[in-house]
Design a protein around this ligand. Structure first.
Ligand SMILES: [Zn+2]
Length: 245
């Protein structure tokens, strides 16, 4: 080290010490013996309350990925689409909510796949299960399905259906009079087993048809991020039903 830089360093060290002592002096001027100094070693307990542990179950599996979104700018299966959307939801998070994504593995048929994945889901011990799908067949309506016997799941599904139906501008079968049997899953229907297998409120999302052109265009327009935002809005409504139960 040459003389100049040594001198500069010493000057810097002196200046720092000078300001430090000035700062200590001004703090001792402010704080008198009478002042109550908060005890920083013993802070208020602020462990956040966990409002929910949500299992995000991607519909279908890698080999049989389900229906397709048929928009020129977004051609994706249910399996691919929901894996991406769920990862965005997990990445963004929600205060006091723990999310985990689950995937069915191919083999043995639907019942076996559900049995296998629910072993993992049960270990996670969720307060709420969301099975993510969209429909195929060109229909122009929206719904969130539930196990017919679960009153709480029905109320959660009805609440969750609103942001989707509104955003897509579709008829909402959850709240439409006379159509209430459609989102209620009965034995033998697609998705029924996943819903009854859950030991907590559960819903099966079917908010649009991937091959209904306007709906497909809307999904493409929203993108995975926009759809994830919609899902989070919907989840907040569903959670508020569970928490007020
Ligand atoms: Zn599906």
């Amino acid at each position: 080290m040459n003389k100049e830089s040594k001198h500069a360093l010493l000057k810097e060290a002196f200046t720092a010490r000078h300001y430090q002592s000035k700062l200590i002096k001004s703090i001792s001027d402010i704080v008198t013996d009478d002042d109550t100094i908060p005890d920083i070693a013993d802070p208020e307990p602020d462990t956040p309350k966990l409002y929910g542990r949500i299992a995000l179950l991607t519909g279908h599996n890698e080999k049989q990925p389900g229906a397709w979104i048929k928009d020129p700018s977004l051609r994706e299966s249910e399996f691919t689409f929901y894996n991406k959307v769920f990862d965005i939801v997990i990445d963004r998070g929600l205060d006091n909510v723990e999310f985990k994504r689950f995937n069915r593995t191919y083999g043995g048929g639907y019942t076996e796949e559900i049995n296998r994945v629910y072993k993992e889901i049960d270990e996670f011990n969720p307060t709420f299960v969301i099975d993510g799908h969209f429909n195929g067949g060109g229909g122009a309506y929206s719904m969130v399905m539930y196990y017919q016997q679960s009153k709480i799941s029905r109320r959660v599904a009805d609440a969750m259906s609103v942001p989707f139906a509104n955003a897509f501008g579709l008829r909402n079968y959850n709240i439409e009079e006379g159509k209430e049997s459609i989102p209620a899953l009965i034995s033998g229907e697609n998705g029924y087993y996943s819903m009854v297998k859950a030991k907590c409120p559960s819903v099966l999302l079917e908010p649009f048809f991937g091959d209904h052109l306007q709906s497909a265009a809307k999904v493409a327009d929203l993108g995975h991020k926009g759809y994830a935002s919609l899902l989070v809005e919907s989840i907040k409504l569903g959670l508020s039903v569970i928490l007020s139960d």
